[in-house]
Ligand binder design. Sequence first.
Ligand code: GTQ
Length: 347
Amino acid sequence: MEAKPETTPERAAFYDRMDGHNLTPLWEVLRGLITPEPTSDCETAVWHYDDIRPYIMESGGLITAKEAERRVLILENPGLRGQSKITTSLYAGLQLILPGEVAPAHRHTQSALRFVVEGEGAYTAVDGEKTIMREGDFVITPSWTWHDHGNESDKPMVWLDGLDIPIAQLLDVSFVEGYGADEQMLTRPVGDALARYGSGLLPDGYEASSPTSPVFNYPYSRTRDALETMRRTEEWDPCHGLKMRYVNPVTGDFAMPTIGTFMQLLPKGFEAAPYRSTDATVFSVVEGTGRTMVGDTTLAWGPRDTFVVPSWQSYRHETDGDAVLFSFSDRPVQVKLGLWREQRGNR
Ligand code: GTQ
């Protein structure tokens, strides 16, 4: 593209006259609107769990889950402070539920994922069914479903929340309702959805009523077993090791319509080839230690750390021992709109 045209005094005076009519010339701003490559304010960043856990626990002494509605410390991207965003299109936070607490039932149009970081035995109830959560479990709260969280264990539980709040903002589609009681009525036993929809079977004649997976807890034990069994025969992908996508078993599509979720195994001493894609990605470390080089930045990570790679930034992972990474991004949205791009290896 040609350089921006000169702003002559005559032109500037013209812009001033039209300004009162809510008009402005495209040619003054075009090059900032339509860029050769993504230019995001989203920055590469890492939250080390050891550094932030004290703040999460301190919040537990200052406010209850009930008073807060949701007791969450938002992970704000350093390039997007004040916007409650971890990437341009996604929100993330760490939610704490202490023993005996309940985060009251509500529903909203925003979809949520929970990725369990610490603790065992707390629950989320979604549309009449409870699921007990363990570290590494990926749990979904679909759009407009009632959900409350509680902790009947004797230890705190912390999970990473990922929500499509900025997407709902962009589209102006935010609605929320309180249930009217702390806990919703339960209509199905624990484990019903996983048995019914997540066992390689579906009720005969079943038709999807929503774009979100009817399986709302993908237990880590199953995910980890799958990766461990596959490593015996599967070749390591040069960029991603062994990377699996969580799917809606009814459609084969992503488990959630707005957020893509993944789990990957990287072997000991892995040195990945560079990779970039247009979906800015949030990683949560489940097992192992390593580093991710993003441009000139090196992020060192270990279990329970969260890090983010912006859109179209080339990155490569390195591991010490075996490592397992959960990740999520807005990929389903980009793919459906025909906008997603990726590049493997060096440019
Ligand atoms: O658990 O419903 O991190 O409504 C932000 C908003 C969690 C939730 C968040 C929410 C929730």
